[in-house]
Design a protein around this ligand. Structure first.
Ligand code: FES
Ligand SMILES: [Fe+2]
Length: 370
């Protein structure tokens, strides 16, 4: 009993999720509606749609969408579908004065209203003013555009309290940042395997020698829930052993590391020296997720340090994690697997898996199974 009490930390669940949550296509379909279409999802960076008419298409679990800058300069996100007979409206990125459907040339204003439908004037009672593209809720946080497909969704400030002012404290120059490079990393695992792996450092010392000695100090690593955010903090590795030059004047927190994981699939991560990079998880079926690692510099200026750091990150931490998550997915498909107890330390700390329990709680709550 005593052991169980410690493990559960006052709550009933302290084992890993059953394997079917990572392998069953039917559960994945439920998650799409219960989680991915009801939570805040990254769309693009505002600098990618800087001018009126600029657009960029993207996809959330098979839902085609595009972000757009309208004539007044506002950022909008629409479902990428024509209201006539359903053709997709745009592909990739570009600039448009009007959005013209490639199928029968219906034309939409940049605010989504139908402007013209060829030959419709011959149709008695055809009223173009009643037709409009389907929009989604948008918020812009420090230049990062987020979308929520649930029209009733609470604002990001409710989901992720304290996020904006903490981010600004760690990255004072955040408004000037532009994405400079993105590495797309396909992983052959369920999105939760990858997200759970990202959100615990119990495995850091075993599998991430470069990150644990040349970037951060794993002994000080801590993860705390903050709304539906998991806030990671630690300090820089011994400065003499850092693998890149750290500008300690960049901010009051330049000697620290922090990340903010925004459930279910995005993370702002600040390396010592106030260097911002992000993780984006895009699930693609029950057993696959694409992870995008993006790096930023002020005004998008080239930076040898960022290029080297991004390369190092890809070759060490990311490659090490890909091997882990792919092996876990294979293991979860093994009929010999029984979900094991989580190592939940009541005092948190680097070797505790309390954050995994939190992620499991959020998933089960969303699925109505808690
Ligand atoms: S489906 Fe778009 S104009 Fe017909
Ligand atoms: Fe890892």
């Amino acid at each position: 009993m005593a052991e169980a009490a410690v493990l559960t930390h006052g709550r009933a669940r302290a084992t890993a999720l059953a394997a079917r949550y990572y392998t069953d296509p039917e559960i994945y379909e439920r998650e799409k509606r219960a989680i991915h279409f009801r939570t805040w999802q990254y769309a693009c960076h505002q600098s990618e749609i800087a001018q009126p008419g600029d657009y960029v298409a993207f996809d959330i679990c098979g839902q085609g969408l595009f972000a757009l800058r309208d004539r007044e300069g506002a950022i909008r996100v629409f479902h990428n579908v024509c209201m006539h007979r359903g053709h997709e409206l745009v592909e990739g990125s570009g600039n448009a004065r009007v959005l013209r459907c490639p199928y029968h040339a219906w034309a939409y204003e940049l605010d989504g209203r139908l402007r013209a439908a060829p030959h419709a004037e011959k149709v008695p009672g055809f009223d173009t003013s009643t037709i409009c593209l389907t929009g989604a809720k948008v918020e812009v946080l420090c230049g990062f555009v987020f979308v929520n497909l649930d029209s009733e969704a609470k604002p990001m400030g409710d989901w992720y309290p304290e996020l904006e002012h903490q981010l600004r404290a760690y990255v004072p120059a955040i408004d000037s940042l532009r994405p400079v490079l993105t590495n797309a990393v396909p992983e052959a695992c369920n999105w939760k395997v990858s997200v759970e792996n990202y959100n615990e450092c119990y495995h850091c010392r075993v599998t991430h020698p470069t990150f644990s000695t040349g970037v951060v100090d794993p002994n000080a690593y801590d993860i705390r829930p903050q709304g539906h955010c998991l806030r990671h903090t630690t300090v820089a590795a011994n400065l003499e052993r850092m693998t890149y030059p750290v500008d300690l004047t960049a901010s009051d927190h330049a000697g620290q590391y922090s990340s903010w994981f925004l459930w279910p699939g995005f993370s702002f991560q600040v390396y010592p020296g106030s260097l911002l990079n992000t993780y984006l998880w895009r699930p693609d079926g029950v057993g696959h997720v694409d992870v995008y690692r993006t790096w930023y510099t002020a005004e998008g200026a080239p930076s040898g340090t960022i290029e080297r750091l991004a390369r190092q990150d890809l070759d060490t931490t990311v490659a090490e994690d890909v091997r882990i998550v792919n092996a876990v997915q294979r293991g979860l498909g093994n009929i010999g697997y029984r979900p094991g107890p989580l190592v939940v330390d009541p005092n948190f700390g680097v070797n505790s898996e309390h954050s995994i329990r939190t992620l499991i709680d959020w998933t089960l709550e969303a699925l109505g199974e808690s």
